[in-house]
Structure formats: structure tokens, C-alpha cells
Unconditional design. Structure first.
Length: 261
């Protein structure tokens, strides 16, 4: 099931013992937090090492053993960071749940969760914000912005609420992100020397490289037509490079190999 907003989340959790919420990449967690039930909600997030470990799941197990008169909600953010031992322990926890217990796993990468966990959950995919909802959010955050800046934020954020919030409230951050658009344009239509320089500048900056590629893909999609074979080929190159970087490929090699013909 696909959700256009998160207003239904509290109801979903009340009606399902185990739910899985799949967010778009870089969607952020602010809107998820604000949509959770107000009472008896216990969030779990990756630790300082960036993982959800066995000790965290054991703590959940001990909490779930105690009888509760009210429904208890346990929410695991960044569920793709569960270690193998933690995920297996969580699976055992699901096998003997108490009546008043509900679990929600929040992830940006469903493929990293074992099939057995996926098969036990009601899975909900969250859509990015629409242009209308994005503009509504920008206006609520900072209505003093001019229309050109609002359109710029909508383009840069691409429907990601946490990004909309940062861009709307931090002028310096907006300026830095706007510069990435120029880099993205060079990636689409620049010379081989331009692309070599971009590859060198981004070689140790994976998140920034992915953002530039996302913007380049958006720029290309906005101008490409079925008759423009050169741009269609460039779009394929951009998407290939993006997917390779998501799979942890070498940034410099992926950009130069795919983008310089």
C-alpha cells in the first residue's frame, strides 16, 4: 500500500501488530515522529556505530514481557541497520507477541531486511510530497520567501520533507545546495574535462555525489524527448552511475567510466 501522507500512521499502528514503513531515500524522520501515537511509544534508533544491535533488541524483549493494560508501540528507525543477530532476535520477538504490543519498522531500504521479516509485516510505502503539499509546507515554514526561491526549494528538495525544512529555514544551506545545480548541469552537458573535474571534486563525498546525480537526472528528465537520443543515452548513464554509487562503487571511477564517452 502507498501513503501520500502520514496522517494514517497512528491508525495503522493501532490496527496492525507489525507494520513496515518504507520511506523514499533521504525522506527524513521528522514527519514520522510527529505522526506517531502520542502515548506509550518507544523509539529505537541506530547506535553510535550506525547499527541496531542485539542488546537493543534484548531490551525490547524485556519490555515486551511486562503486561500492559494500554497498547504499547515500539518503533525501530533505520531498520536496514539491524545486525543479523538483532534481526533474528527481533524475528523471535514477533513469534510470541503480547496482545497489547505493536511494532513498526521504518526503513529506506526494504531489500536489506530478510524475507521472513518482510512476510510477517503489513508493508506501507510512503510517497514523496506532491508539489502542492511541498509548497504548503514551505509557506508554513517561511512565508517571507519570494516565489522564485520557493520554486527553487521545491526543485532541490524533490518532495523530501526534511530537506524542504532545511532549505526553507537555512539560507546558507540553500545557497550551498543551489550551487549543486550548476554542477549537475555540467554533468549533463559539460565537456569531458568538466566531468573529470567533477569526479575529482566528489571522489570522497558520496552523499553529495548522489545529490548531484539526482539533480542531473531531474534536469535531464525535464528537457529530454523521445527523439533526443543523445539526452536519452545521457539519462541512462546518469541512472547507471547513481545506482552504482548506491551500491558503494568507487565514485571517481563510476562517474568517469559512465559519463565520458
Amino acid at each position: 500500500m502507498y501513503l501520500n501522507d502520514l496522517e494514517q500512521l497512528a491508525t495503522i499502528m493501532a490496527n496492525n501488530q507489525f507494520s513496515l514503513l518504507v520511506l523514499p531515500r533521504n525522506y527524513g524522520t521528522n514527519r514520522v515522529y510527529s505522526a506517531l501515537p502520542l502515548k506509550n511509544t518507544f523509539p529505537v534508533a541506530p547506535n553510535d556505530k550506525g547499527i541496531i544491535g542485539i542488546d537493543q533488541i534484548r531490551l525490547l524483549q524485556s519490555l515486551c514481557k511486562s503486561k500492559q493494560s494500554a497498547r504499547q508501540y515500539y518503533v525501530l528507525f533505520g531498520a536496514e541497520n539491524l545486525t543479523e543477530a538483532a534481526e533474528n532476535a527481533f524475528l523471535k520477538l514477533l513469534e510470541e507477541p503480547s496482545d497489547n504490543t505493536a511494532f513498526l519498522l521504518v526503513t529506506e531500504d526494504l531489500s536489506k531486511l530478510i524475507p521472513t521479516v518482510q512476510s510477517r509485516a503489513q508493508i506501507f510505502h510512503v510517497n514523496k510530497l506532491s508539489k502542492t503539499d511541498s509548497l504548503r509546507m514551505i509557506n508554513a515554514l517561511n512565508d517571507d520567501l519570494d516565489n522564485k526561491t520557493k520554486q527553487q526549494i521545491m526543485f532541490l528538495a524533490s518532495g523530501l520533507p526534511d530537506e524542504i525544512e532545511k532549505l526553507s529555514t537555512d539560507a546558507d544551506y540553500l545557497k550551498k545546495q543551489a550551487k549543486l545545480v550548476e554542477t549537475a548541469k555540467k554533468l549533463v552537458a559539460g565537456t569531458p574535462d568538466d566531468i573529470l573535474l567533477i569526479a575529482y571534486q566528489l571522489k570522497d563525498k558520496r552523499d553529495q555525489a548522489l545529490k548531484v546525480l539526482e539533480l542531473a537526472i531531474t534536469v535531464t528528465n525535464n528537457i529530454v524527448s523521445s527523439k533526443n537520443h543523445k539526452l536519452l543515452a545521457r539519462l541512462t548513464d546518469l541512472e547507471t552511475t547513481y545506482n552504482q554509487l548506491l551500491a558503494n562503487a568507487n565514485i571517481r571511477l563510476a562517474i568517469t567510466a559512465n559519463m565520458i564517452q
